[in-house]
Design a protein around this ligand. Structure first.
Ligand SMILES: Nc1ncnc2c1ncn2[C@@H]1O[C@H](COP(=O)(O)OP(=O)(O)OP(=O)(O)O)[C@@H](O)[C@H]1O
Ligand SMILES: [Mg+2]
Length: 241
């Protein structure tokens, strides 16, 4: 390995700089070094951002770019700018997205998570049943503490599809533990098609349901997705065309 390549590797400057340095125009040595360090830093930031997006484990990557906000009805406490910049994350606030199928809940939650990654936040996306089965497995193998500790490193946790599948008694308890750990420390985005008054049907226990709802709603913004069903509209327009 050539010396230059070797030290780029040892300093973790990335391969890009080896491809870019010959095209740099500079006035003097100091200018050259400044530009090299600047480019290396920019490349490092891109790598970090890509890693955050990978670690978020979004199911399907959706962004604001192809999100139509015409039918989005935000509460007074929110606006699109706040969602895009993730200012609610700084304040450890939660978002609860409620509405029928195909209304864009998962799309918007993912787009917010993606933007948060771009702004340096660490994000983790879960379908609720996946989180529950990982929690149950961690508990069975004696790794629950470690698993919960790992969750604590995220700034924003997206819990998609709450209530679509029953959680079971143990699942509900573990879900509560995650919510309690996040309360006033992290931000959550929860998507659901079950209205609050019926959440007891998800957790099957009145006390746990109240405790969960209390913690989620205390610093939470509820967004009701009343718009039309995108999946249906697209399917119908495909059939008709
Ligand atoms: N406002 C929107 N702008 C652009 N595409 C949208 C919008 N709303 C929904 N879609 C698209 O429609 C499809 C369904 O949306 P999404 O998965 O977000 O629905 P959902 O509300 O999460 O439904 P479910 O409750 O069944 O999970 C996706 O492909 C999504 O990208
Ligand atoms: Mg969804």
């Amino acid at each position: 390995m050539e010396e230059l390549e070797l030290y780029c590797k040892k300093l973790r400057l990335g391969r890009e700089i080896l491809e870019e340095f010959e095209d740099i125009e500079f006035i003097n040595n100091k200018d050259f070094l400044t530009q090299i360090l600047k480019k290396s830093y920019q490349n490092l930031e891109i790598r970090r951002k890509n890693r955050r997006i990978r670690d978020a484990k979004f199911e399907i990557l959706k962004t604001f770019e192809n999100f139509d906000s015409k039918e989005l009805d935000l509460p007074e406490t929110l606006n699109l700018h706040k969602l895009k910049t993730g200012s609610f994350i700084e304040k450890n606030e939660n978002l609860i997205f409620y509405g029928g199928s195909g209304r864009g809940k998962t799309h918007l939650a993912t787009a917010i998570g993606f933007e948060a990654c771009n702004h340096g936040k660490s994000v983790r996306f879960f379908k609720v049943p996946t989180l529950i089965s990982e929690l149950l497995e961690a508990r069975e193998t004696g790794n629950l503490g470690k698993y919960l500790k790992k969750l604590k490193k995220f700034d924003l946790i997206i819990l998609d599809e709450l209530g679509y599948v029953p959680l079971g008694e143990r699942g509900a308890e573990l879900f509560f533990q995650v919510i309690a750990d996040c309360y006033e420390r992290k931000s959550l985005i929860i998507t659901t098609n079950i209205e609050f008054s019926k959440w007891v049907g998800i957790f099957m226990d009145k006390k746990i349901t109240t405790a969960i709802l209390d913690r989620i709603i205390h610093h939470g913004h509820v967004v009701i997705f009343t718009g039309s069903n995108y999946r249906m509209n697209n399917a119908l327009s495909n059939v008709n065309s």
